[in-house]
Design a binder for this molecule. Structure first.
Ligand code: ADP
Ligand code: MG
Length: 389
């Protein structure tokens, strides 16, 4: 999914009001009726809303849904991206957006800059990228509305990531500095390092290996299991020592799937994190350790603190955790490496069918078509570093 921010500076305050109105309306409406958008936006100029609507639709921030019983619009990914970036700009968190540096199944990563020119990372969570159509068992949390769901689930992932990053950072764990969070996005410091996956040789694998395993243990002592502790989510910085050797400094990223040590499968996730590191060091560096473990039971015998409980009491509630959990389980999202489920190919076919819940009251095809068209439009536009305000 491309992010094209070139139009963001040209939106007037009325356009923003109408865009926000569409977002608000979509809390209760799969397709937001045009009169409702106008009503919520409550522009001073009587007829102005229609012009804004057509502006926003033209640049793909909202999409007209044909086939509906009534005339209406829905917010697109692009629209939600703009709203989030607009908020980050207003709070002086982000000044410009640059190149995309990562694309995952569930997120897009961009470099961005602060007002003072400091390089940061913008992570956009995209949990609806895979169709919601397959989600049946847990329909209650979707309340039958697919578009509200992708927005909501993506926001949950962002809130969770941000809250955990803050807690971990506070306790001195090597994670990026959390800078801001809005809607489905997180802003964090840019780590000047590559994922461990891209490192082919290390001078002393034993030291890095020991450090990574002790990180897993320390996380557990704080009540947490990363759940996706692998070579994609560990960035390794190479720092030359004075004696000519090179120190390898790991930073851990990617927290939406973190689980508490009280999780019913906690031990499984813990063991899997450990196994990931062991396997990688064996295959990549030919390094194996004779020492067994670490083991979940030993690691959680003496707890330092319960960050899992602390975070629950913060912005990421138990209810939110449960909803996100249900979604992730349903979609087999539990890791870059391990999380790709067998349905993947099937899911890919569904990529454009976010709105196609089979009992939704609107025609899904037109939404899919609008999405496809939007993607196409955006692909044709050059993406380059752009100042937002
Ligand atoms: P995903 O959920 O898609 O796996 P990640 O948070 O793991 O998202 O980020 C994907 C990739 O983007 C990482 O493997 C890394 O290359 C890059 N990346 C993410 N966050 C940062 C950061 N703070 N600094 C530098 N690179 C990052
Ligand atoms: Mg990752």
């Amino acid at each position: 999914m491309k992010l094209n921010v070139k139009n963001i500076r040209y939106l007037a305050s009325d356009d923003w009001r109408v865009l926000i109105a569409t977002e608000q309306g979509s809390r209760n409406h799969e397709v937001v009726p045009t009169p409702l958008i106008t009503q919520i936006a409550a522009l001073r100029s009587g007829n102005g809303a229609h012009k804004c609507i057509s502006n926003l639709a033209k640049i793909g921030l909202i999409a007209k849904v044909k086939n509906a019983k009534y005339d209406g619009y829905r917010l697109t990914y692009g629209g939600l991206d703009y709203l989030a970036l607009h908020s980050h700009t207003k709070s002086s968190t982000v000044y410009s957006v640059g190149n995309q540096i990562g694309v995952g199944k569930e997120s897009d990563i961009f470099v961005c800059a602060s007002e003072t020119g400091k390089q940061q990372v913008l992570k956009i969570h995209r949990l609806g990228r895979i169709s919601f159509r397959t989600v049946k068992a847990n329909r209650d949390y979707l309340r039958n509305r697919s578009s509200a769901s992708w927005m909501y689930m993506s926001r949950l992932a962002a809130v969770k990531e941000f809250e955990f990053m803050k807690a971990l950072r506070r306790e001195g764990f090597p994670v990026p500095e959390p800078i801001g969070q809005n809607r489905h996005t997180v802003i964090m410091s840019l780590i000047d390092a590559f994922p461990m996956r891209q490192i082919s040789t290390v001078g002393d694998p034993a030291a890095l290996y020991a450090e990574l395993l002790s990180l897993i243990v320390r996380l557990a002592q704080f009540g947490l299991i990363h759940g996706d502790f692998n070579e994609f989510n560990i960035l390794v910085q190479e720092k030359p020592n004075e004696d000519g050797s090179v120190a390898l400094i790991p930073t851990v990223i990617d927290f939406p799937q973190m689980v508490s040590i009280s999780h019913s499968n906690a031990e499984y996730y813990f063991d899997r994190d450990v196994a990931c590191i062991k396997r990688f060091f064996d295959r990549r560096f030919g390094f194996t350790s004779d020492e067994p473990g670490p083991f979940f039971k030993d690691s959680t015998k003496k707890l330092t603190k319960r960050l899992d409980v602390e975070v629950e009491a913060s912005g990421f509630s138990k209810k939110m955790a449960k909803e996100l959990d249900a979604y992730m389980k349903e979609h087999g999202i539990d890791g870059d490496a391990g999380g790709v489920n067998q349905d993947e190919e099937e899911d890919e076919d569904d990529e454009q069918t976010v709105g196609e819940a089979d009992d939704s009251e609107i025609g899904g095809e037109s939404i899919a078509a609008a999405d496809a068209q939007l993607d196409h439009q955006l692909e044709e536009t050059e993406v380059s570093p752009a100042v937002l305000a």
